[in-house]
Design a protein around this ligand. Sequence first.
Ligand code: APR
Ligand code: ZN
Ligand code: ZN
Length: 361
Amino acid sequence: MLTAVGAPLEIWDDVEVDEPRAGEVRVRMAAAGVCHSDLAMAGGVIPAPLPAVLGHEGAGHVDAVGPGVDHLAAGDLVAVSWVAQCGQCFYCRRAQPHLCEQAVVAMASGGLLDGSSRLRSPRSHLFQALGAGTFAEAIVVPAVAAVKLPPDIDPAVAAMLGCAVVTGVGAALNTASIRAGDTVAVVGCGGVGLNVVQGARIAGAARIVAVDVHPDKLVLAEAVGATDGVLAADALGAVMDLTAQKGADVVFEVIGHAATIEQSLAMTRRGGQTVLVGIPAMDVMVEIPAMVGIVLAEKTIKGCWLGSSDIHRDVPRLVGWYRQGELRLDDLVSRRVGLEDVNAAFAATEAGAVARSVIVF
Ligand code: APR
Ligand code: ZN
Ligand code: ZN
């Protein structure tokens, strides 16, 4: 439980979980991944109503279904994501369910699609971060935020599907248009960035340059498909040298800092794409010279939200690639920890020491 910005997470044992209402399911969590956005909420970089149960990716077993839910049943293993996709709003009807208007309400309100939370404690009203709150033994989520998985998949691997994997792989395959033979750079190779690397490989990129401040991340990136790994300080020169001083065809920024966004824009060739995946703080501003930076350069700068993914279409496809060995997800689970070690897991992510820590219940 996050009770205040900057405070360590607390474990509350007096939390009650309501029955699912219409269109909702209760999930007994088996595993939940620690994402940098959880740290951003704990540090106040991403605003969130408090006290809140953090966590917005996870996997678990359905133990109750509300009225009107027909695609899930008790006992199903599901991946939980933080963008519920209502299927009916302006965006969902235009095949952009990652922008779902109802999901925005859930995210901002710390509740489900009607804005209310299903977690209670005698101490306080409780919120579910991003409408999820996967750092809990059980939660109720909108059924449209849960995707059924094969029963035999490792829940710790499945836990990453709902944010890191859909966002990373989706950024490469849905948000960007990578052509076979392209040179791609990925700036920031954490849990999300390592999945961008894999998505770029699947898309047919010939050269994938991984950029990070941590040498260990470059080793991991090369293990999952990067052809070159360069430390952040040397990255612009290295990408230029690899591309006859033109820049990469597609560059992904997967951190959310102004300096790395600027570095990513500089690394993008004329006519290329810069895809901004990392979630910046609300006050981060970027200045781009309109003529040489955009018009003359004809660069496309694209935001990326949840990898532009339709979770109901994409999660099964990702599971298929994982099973064929095309997506290396086992390598990304750096640590399995108990819920009591959540603060240590946050510190490891903050230090850049892990791809993903996964809380196992
Ligand atoms: N240059 C290059 N790499 C950097 C820099 C930098 N200046 N600063 C940090 N990094 C690296 C870290 O070493 C780490 O490997 O960026 C990576 C960030 O990874 P994680 O902390 O695992 O974050 P992740 O969960 O992947 O999220 C990345 O996407 O969803 C958003 O909110 C999330 O903005 C965050 C981003
Ligand atoms: Zn996340
Ligand atoms: Zn919608």
